[in-house]
Design a protein around this ligand. Structure first.
Ligand code: C2E
Ligand code: MG
Ligand code: MG
Ligand code: MG
Length: 283
């Protein structure tokens, strides 16, 4: 009896494994198709000054208009794209699209710094920085309107070649942000030596700053540390005005999150930023 049960479980397990492998293969071929059929799109989320509220930048976030599932978030496909190396091609699409967007917005009077997220596999790729530069030149987009977001963990493991390339890019005027700060393990001395302009406090660091005094103390110390290495502090995932108020008090520079605006498609972002201009002009 027990033996039969055991075999049943093993068969069940084998079936699940087969399903999993099939799902992964399907996702990979769907991702290839998405590239060919232009199913990717970008949405934009504003980052605003904690005092005054003017837009200082927007983060470009990847979306997949999936033919069957509707709009899919990066959490459902980025990891697979990394594993298969498809992230390199997807990343190139993101870079070209952001360069074109910067130029297009420039032509209608919106001088907006755009931040893109960069994956480890992309940075490993020897041609990454050359392609990035070529895309910006081809679109006639100034480098000073480009920011690269590199996760804390990735930043800690950059090769000296990558650091050199980043240094050159910054000399052109682009800026570098450390993303998801507080989720990895940073060597603070190394952080100080990296060519970085901004550090983004991960949502987990700011989630409880309103109701929890210790969380507030930690966030305050982290902001002090970021300023101490000569960087600007950006808090992400701000969902309430109360959080924004605490961040004002502890000296954070820039905030991003649903409390200000969710990520928007291009038209909505342009409308939103114009409406903000109007508010500042009148109030
Ligand atoms: P991230 O770079 O840390 O981006 C912030 C994420 O938080 C975004 O999720 C954003 O929509 C979400 N978010 C913004 N405000 C709030 C808020 O107030 N509350 C909460 N709970 N969430 C908020 P999204 O768009 O699903 O992206 C997830 C991650 O996928 C990003 O995290 C980034 O690591 C990655 N990603 C996004 N676009 C790209 C891309 O073009 N290339 C690469 N390599 N990775 C990307
Ligand atoms: Mg990011
Ligand atoms: Mg982040
Ligand atoms: Mg994050």
């Amino acid at each position: 009896h027990a033996k039969a049960n055991g075999r049943g479980r093993a068969e069940h397990f084998t079936e699940e494994l087969a399903d999993l492998i099939a799902d992964r293969a399907q996702l990979e071929s769907d991702l290839r198709e998405a590239l060919e059929q232009n199913q990717f799109t970008l949405v934009f989320q504003p980052q605003v000054a904690v005092w005054g509220g003017e837009i200082v930048a927007a983060e470009a976030l990847l979306r997949w208009r999936h033919p069957r599932d509707g709009m899919r978030l990066p959490g459902t496909f980025i990891q697979r794209a990394e594993e298969t190396g498809l992230i390199v091609e997807i990343g190139e699409w993101v870079i070209a699209t952001v360069a074109e967007t910067i130029a297009r917005w420039g032509r209608i009077g919106i001088e907006q710094r755009l931040a893109i997220n960069v994956s480890p596999r992309q940075l490993d790729h020897a041609n990454f920085f050359r392609r990035l530069r070529a895309a910006m030149l081809a679109a006639n987009a100034p480098a000073r309107l480009l920011e690269l977001e590199i996760t804390e963990t990735l930043a800690m493991h950059c090769s000296s070649e990558v650091i050199e390339a980043i240094t050159l890019l910054r000399a052109d005027g682009a800026s570098i942000a450390i993303d998801d700060f507080g989720t990895g393990y940073s060597n603070l001395a190394r952080l100080r030596d990296l060519p970085v302009d901004r550090v983004k406090l991960d949502r987990s660091l700011v989630e409880h700053i309103v109701e929890n005094a210790e969380a507030r103390t930690i966030a305050h110390a982290v902001v002090g540390l970021i300023h101490g290495i000569g960087c600007e502090a950006v808090a992400e995932g701000i969902e309430t005005e109360a959080q924004a108020e605490v961040l004002r008090v502890i000296g954070c520079d820039v905030i991003q999150g649903y409390a200000i605006a969710a990520p928007m498609d291009e038209d909505a972002f342009i409308a939103w930023s114009r409406c903000e201009d109007r508010q500042q002009a009148t109030g």
